[in-house]
Design a protein around this ligand. Structure first.
Ligand SMILES: [Zn+2]
Length: 355
């Protein structure tokens, strides 16, 4: 306890000099305990187990009681309300997002809240249409695959492996306009030339690798205080190949570790950043007759609703495990208590072990 108090005091002193920053990573889409933190899954997440867990407050029992679709579940994580919007439509969340609470209460500019999202279907996630929040108060949403499409004039087949969209919902992706805006984002905000971006994308093996590449550019160029990254490679499980699902978990594990190293090496983030890692939800249990095991998340059983959450960095106790249940919707009020805003319309409550 004494050590925890000391580290909190040191953090408070350091944070006075630099703005506090929070990064949220969704370990998505859809990872079961048994392939991650359950004893039989731990071999798939060597970086989380060996490097990050010892530095973290770890919650073993996070319940998601909402709709188990990736967009609506991620929107629910971002609003602190179990949203009921159609998972397959490109609609804004119905309740204020964490980005709106944050920017309004702390009077922060648009550049201080960013979302990096996996597919075009997430393009509305940064901002609700809620009265007194909404338009103009949300996050900048960057869609790396849309950037890549905009950056390519020809030869799309070179990037097919990166551009493949949401595995379960191939037909709902909206056709986004605004290619010129995307290129402006790339060149003016992220300081990436189209040629450099394309050349680098060629070396990347997955959409989440592409997202993490963009995340690093955002951190270097804009250094937002609130940065949200939604991963999605794991959802290849819908294709039915267990080995690809495990590959996705292992890759996400590595990318989380690389991101935490980036935090330590970026002057704007080192020493003043708290990072959260949590799956959007689980996947169906092997024994549930209504599902097909790891492949989908359609039964709503315990395995598909129970996940975990890791918090590490500034202001967080290290090496502590908490077994009491928390809700997915508790994330946003917890971020509010940490950053200094009230998530007044959220259904959740601050997690007292973190604030
Ligand atoms: Zn899925």
């Amino acid at each position: 306890m004494g050590t925890a108090l000391m580290s909190r005091a040191r953090f408070a002193l350091g944070a006075a000099a630099k703005k506090r920053k929070v990064i949220v990573v969704t370990f998505g889409g859809g990872a079961r305990d048994q392939e991650t933190f359950a004893p039989q899954g731990q071999e798939n997440i060597p970086h989380l187990m060996g490097e990050l867990i010892p530095q973290s407050s770890f919650f073993t029992h996070v319940m998601n009681q909402g709709i188990l679709g990736h967009y609506v579940a991620t929107a629910s994580l971002a609003t602190g309300v179990y949203e009921t919007i159609n998972n397959f439509s490109s609609l804004p969340p119905e309740h204020p997002t964490v980005f709106e609470y944050f920017r309004k209460a702390l009077n922060r500019p648009p550049s201080d809240a960013w979302v990096v999202a996996p597919s075009n279907g997430f393009n509305r996630i940064g901002e609700s249409e809620c009265r007194s929040y909404g338009p103009g108060l949300g996050a900048r949403v960057v869609l790396p695959k849309h950037l890549l499409t905009a950056a390519m004039s020809v030869a799309a087949t070179d990037y097919e492996h990166l551009l493949r969209d949401n595995y379960e919902t191939p037909t709902y992706t909206p056709q986004l306009g605004g290619g010129e805006f995307e290129l402006h984002q790339l060149e003016m905000i992220l300081k990436l030339s189209v040629d450099d971006f394309k050349a680098h994308a060629k070396t990347l093996s997955s959409p989440d690798e592409l997202s993490m590449y963009i995340v690093r550019q955002v951190m270097r160029r804009e250094a937002p205080s609130l940065l949200w990254i939604t991963m999605h490679d794991i959802d290849i499980a819908h294709a039915g190949a267990y080995s690809l699902y495990i590959d996705g978990i292992q890759r996400t594990d590595r990318l989380c570790s690389e991101l935490w190293k980036t935090v330590q090496s970026e002057p704007e983030y080192a020493g003043n950043t708290t990072m959260f890692i949590l799956p959007d939800f689980g996947r169906d249990a092997d024994q549930d007759s209504g599902g097909n095991g790891f492949q989908h998340h359609r039964t709503g059983d315990v395995a598909s609703r129970t996940t975990w959450m890791m918090a590490l960095g500034g202001g967080v106790r290290e090496g502590v495990i908490y077994d009491q249940p928390v809700q997915s919707t508790d994330l946003v009020p917890t971020l509010g208590a940490m950053l200094g805003f009230s998530a007044s319309l959220s259904q959740g409550k601050p997690i007292r072990e973190l604030v």
